[in-house]
Each structure stands twice: as structure tokens, then as C-alpha cells.
Design a protein around this ligand. Structure first.
Ligand SMILES: [Zn+2]
Ligand SMILES: [Zn+2]
Length: 62
């Protein structure tokens, strides 16, 4: 299985990340699945040019 070493914010250290079985059809459509999970704690990250992770933390000024 392919794996990458990245810093895991949950583990607070460098960890091995692996790709879980894609259930979103990325592989079927020929694209690379952007989903990776920490092999240690299971934290998921999205990687890839077309995919941008946006956290819904927009605060509207009153
Ligand atoms: Zn981790
Ligand atoms: Zn996928």
C-alpha cells in the first residue's frame, strides 16, 4: 500500500498516512483519491490541487 510521511496534527508528530478504500468514485473516474488517513490515529486529510479543505468558520461581522 502506498504511504506518505506527514505531520499529523492529532498525533503532534510525523506519521505514516495511507489511503483508505475510496468510496467516492475518485478512482473510478480516473482521478487520484485525495483522501488520506493517519495510520496511527485515523485522522483524515484531503490532499490535492482540485480539492481544498475549507472549514466552516466564517464569522459574519454584525
Ligand atoms: Zn495521527
Ligand atoms: Zn476518493
Amino acid at each position: 500500500m502506498e504511504s506518505q510521511l506527514w505531520h499529523c496534527s492529532d498525533c503532534g508528530d510525523e506519521r505514516e498516512f495511507v489511503q483508505p478504500t475510496c468510496s467516492d468514485g475518485h478512482a473510478e473516474s480516473g482521478a487520484e483519491c485525495p483522501e488520506w488517513i493517519c495510520a496511527e490515529c485515523g485522522t483524515a486529510v484531503l490532499v490535492g490541487g482540485a480539492h481544498v479543505v475549507v472549514l466552516p468558520q466564517v464569522r459574519r461581522a454584525a
